[in-house]
Design a protein. Structure first.
Length: 325
């Protein structure tokens, strides 16, 4: 299970929690403009926008869980079990892309979410695994730039390209459910609670925060969606980089999973493997891991964007504690 957030606070920020019970060998990977991208069913892309994100590198291919390109377009794939459905047959008029190829496909040639929308209108996401040991993942995608936020859901009745005014995404059920479910919480407010119960009794709040009484706190996808949307849309933060990044990680912390709170079907404990925040305008990828809460930053423009070779940055996983005495 995962949560992604798109947020503007001067600059545009995008990030996510990746919640899983097993590590998948992830690291931050930068792909320069001239690294060849080889698709299973489409023409090789020899030149493209540079991109960077969290990925597992298999057979020289970075399988991105989330990434940003040099133009500020962001993509994150989130688990979508029970609903994701990919085409088994293509058409002569459509481009055919495997699910693991979708971040390359969009970030390699789209500068904006609108360009991604137009490209996807002629794209089929095919049921193509990376290999025998890497089956097809049931995903939906959060695609965003500083102007708009989209959700891409491939289901049995076709691909749905949906506007995302909430700017957040979690997991199943479908996105339409999450937006409709928000209506149950439209009475929540960050303001002090007022007595609307009756005019016949003088009722006063006995503590702060009662205006948002009923905000769900469990780890289910629907509850995380509501909580992330409420906190994001009620955010108050100065526009400095350090303050914005710190605030963004507070938003992610509010929907993170602690090991021991959610058991996966295989008996392992699901937890937030990493949280990331990218300043998409500046091309800076910040992250922290479950074991190391100190932020690490990787700069897209700190590398050779015109190169050919991938640059891999292993994660800082061990605790880094400053001892004051």
């Amino acid at each position: 299970m995962c949560t992604s957030i798109a947020w503007k606070n001067g600059d545009f920020y995008f990030g996510r929690n990746l919640d899983l019970e097993v590590d998948f060998g992830q690291q931050v990977v930068m792909m320069p403009r001239n690294h060849p991208i080889r698709f299973r069913m489409e023409k090789e892309m020899m030149h493209h926008y540079a991109m960077m994100g969290m990925a597992t590198v298999l057979e020289g291919c970075p399988l991105y869980a989330d990434a940003v390109n040099e133009k500020g377009l962001c993509v994150a794939g989130l688990n979508y079990p029970g609903n994701a459905w990919y085409a088994r047959e293509g058409t002569a008029s459509s481009k055919r892309i495997a699910p693991f190829e979708l971040p390359w496909w969009l970030l390699g040639q789209c500068a904006t979410a609108q360009e991604a929308r137009e490209l996807l209108a002629d794209t089929l996401v095919m049921h193509l695994p990376f290999g025998d040991a890497v089956p097809v993942s049931p995903l939906h995608w959060h695609v965003a730039d500083r102007r708009e936020s989209l959700v891409i859901e491939c289901m049995a009745d076709g691909m749905h390209i949906l506007d995302n005014p909430a700017g957040v995404l979690t997991n199943s059920p479908p996105f339409d459910f999450h937006m409709h479910n928000l209506c149950q919480y439209m009475n929540l407010t960050a303001l002090q609670a007022e007595n609307r119960f009756t005019d016949e009794m003088e009722l006063r709040p006995f503590g702060r925060g009662l205006g948002s009484f009923g905000l769900p706190g469990d780890a289910s996808p629907s509850s995380r969606f509501v909580r992330a949307a409420f906190l994001t849309h009620n955010s108050v933060c100065e526009e400095s980089e350090d303050a914005s990044v710190a605030h963004f990680f507070h938003l992610l912390d509010a929907v993170a999973m602690t090991r021991g709170s959610v058991m996966a079907p295989n008996g392992d404990w699901e937890h937030t493997l990493y949280s990331c925040c990218v300043n998409a305008d500046q091309g800076v990828y910040y992250y922290k891991t479950y074991g190391n809460s100190r932020l690490t930053a990787v700069h897209l423009r700190g590398t050779n964007l015109d190169g050919e070779a991938l640059t891999e940055y292993p994660l800082e996983r061990e605790p880094q504690i400053h001892h004051a005495n």
